[in-house]
Ligand binder design. Structure first.
Ligand code: NAD
Length: 511
């Protein structure tokens, strides 16, 4: 039996000192990257902690200037960034462009909005015990944020999370995935050239042991990756009572209602399932179609899928479906498809890996599926699109909620009022109506999984406030010698308090 992905030894666990980085589309070795050992991780966090006050002292304006320089650096180095992402992930060039655009936008968004998200807020109270006090909350950065990222989006899912942490005045130590460290190393160049004080933003390549060491040292752990690893990271952070934010796996559903505009539904399904060769946490991994539209929808999805090109991404327009980045993932995809076939499903397109060189799995449409099959319950993280017929909305809602995950769901319909009502019944952190995945690119919209898909959110106010500690302050500017409720207790004082409560709550008694 195959060893579960989370139990397979990583290079550092095997005691290796470097990470060979291979191009998944060719098998060619691109680099050999030194692993950061736990002692070096401790030293990196120590340096980051010492540097953080200088970064905080720069203020929002000073940090905004550094982000502006970073944006210019990214724009000047656009092709190098995109080439590096394509090289180590094997994804299509168009998909790497999305990462690049996200990053440029994120630097601008957090620079612009951080002051408002983190501003000092006045607090009011109706309690008679605090009349006349000035009260407010203010925010302090947590200190050193450890960011640990996955391989599917080496820029978005790690550097994207570092920017709000930095904007809030934290320093960041970032560990990229062992499968894709080259984008991180390129970002080191950006960090060196853009005015970050030494130690404020560090990139430490390595595998599981490096990540563990970082989770053991940081003041906050921002983790993106599998649910199995996320659970371990959260447990370790909890032992030290430091907060963590977890963006984990998913099994996202698409619901196509009988009144759906067919073209839109087909495009949403195909793009949602096959973007990044399905290696996206918010990938559509199962589709439910209301019976009247089912046959036509399946035919059209099949036709469109057959038009997609698979292969080595050499430039724009050369491949719709790139490589499978992580070697063991190919086994998982294969196992899920095989399991479905063994239980009676029919494969309409694709269905088995392509011959090398490189690791490619063609876009695979599967029908006659049900929830006894692994492809409908477990995260596949590959280019598969299982489609199931449903009798009505009630059945669809029940099936969509029949999952341990709760990341995202999509609905396609002309009746957006009904879609909103359905959204409110889905146990997921995000819902898109007549759209797929693009909500991730709207940085003001919080995004986070429920249940086994994670804890906490990225983006929006919540996505930056999590990197801070709140401090509440109460100031009594004109204190009396003694408040009426202070000791020793005096009945007249408490009778006065009770009268005040009546007044404050709009009740006037005659007594
Ligand atoms: P993974 O859990 O195997 O690894 C993620 C990171 O954790 C890597 O950098 C790895 O080196 C590190 N790591 C491994 N063991 C560790 C430990 N014990 N302590 C600390 N760090 C450790 O995940 P992956 O295979 O790289 O990524 C794919 C998964 O990520 C999928 O499940 C996908 O759904 C999920 N993901 C989620 C989101 C989201 O926003 N919810 C986004 C992208 C990917």
């Amino acid at each position: 039996m195959a060893v579960p992905i989370e139990d397979r030894p990583t290079p550092t666990d095997r005691g290796e000192e470097s990470l060979p980085v291979l191009d998944p589309a060719t098998g060619e070795q691109l680099a050999d990257v030194p692993v950061t050992d736990p002692a070096e991780v401790r030293a990196a966090v120590k340096l980051a902690r010492a540097a953080q006050p200088t970064w905080l002292a720069l203020g929002f304006r000073g940090r905004r200037a550094v982000f502006a320089t970073s944006r210019r650096w990214l724009l000047d180095n656009r092709d190098r960034v995109i080439d590096t992402i394509v090289g180590e992930t094997g994804k299509a060039r168009e998909e790497a462009v999305v990462e690049f655009v996200y990053m440029v936008t994120a630097l601008a968004y957090w620079a612009r909005t951080a002051p408002a998200h983190l501003r000092t807020r006045r607090v009011r109270s109706l309690s008679p015990f605090v009349l006349g006090r000035t009260m407010y909350t203010r925010r302090e950065p947590v200190g050193v944020v450890g960011v640990i990222g996955p391989w599917n989006n080496p820029l978005v899912n790690s550097f994207g999370d570092a920017i709000p942490a930095l904007a809030a005045g934290n320093s960041v130590v970032l560990k990229p995935s062992e499968e894709t460290p080259l984008t991180g190393l390129l970002m080191r160049e950006m960090i060196r050239g853009c005015g970050y004080p030494t130690g404020v933003f560090q990139v430490i390549p390595g595998a599981g042991a490096t990540g563990r060491a970082l989770a053991d040292e940081a003041d906050f752990v921002m983790f993106t990756g599998s649910t199995a690893t996320g659970r371990k990271v959260a447990a370790r952070a909890a032992e030290r009572l430091v907060p963590s934010s977890l963006e984990l796996g998913g099994k996202d559903a698409l619901l196509v209602l009988a009144d759906a505009p067919l073209d839109r539904a087909v495009n949403v399904a195909v793009h949602g399932a096959f973007f990044n060769a399905g290696q996206t946490c918010t990938s559509i991994e199962r589709v439910y179609v209301e019976a009247p539209l089912y046959e036509e929808f399946v035919t059209r999805v099949r036709e469109l899928t057959e038009q997609l090109t698979v292969g080595r991404p050499d430039g724009f327009g050369t491949a719709d479906i790139g490589a499978v980045t992580y070697p063991p993932q190919l086994d998982v995809i294969n196992e899920h498809v095989q399991d479905a076939v063994d239980h009676g499903a029919r494969v309409l397109t694709g269905g088995r890996p392509l011959d090398g060189p490189g690791r490619f799995y063609p876009p695979t449409v599967i029908v006659d599926v049900d929830h006894s099959m692994r492809c409908m319950r477990e995260e596949t993280f590959g280019p598969t699109l299982p489609i199931m017929k449903v009798g009505n909305v009630e059945e669809a809602v029940r099936l969509i909620n029949d999952s341990e995950y709760g990341l995202q769901a999509s609905i396609v319909t002309r009746d957006t009022r009904l879609a909103r009502a359905i959204a409110a019944r889905l146990r997921v952190g995000a819902v898109t109506v007549n759209d797929t995945q693009s909500n991730y690119l709207a940085l003001g919209l919080p995004m986070g999984g429920w249940r086994q898909s994670g804890l906490g959110v990225r983006h929006g106010g919540e996505g930056i406030r999590k990197y801070t500690r709140i401090q509440s302050v109460m100031v009594n500017k004109h204190p009396l010698r003694r408040d009426v409720h202070m000791m020793p207790f005096r009945p007249s004082g408490y009778r006065f308090v009770l009268r005040l409560v009546d007044l404050l709550n709009g009740r006037l008694r005659s007594r």
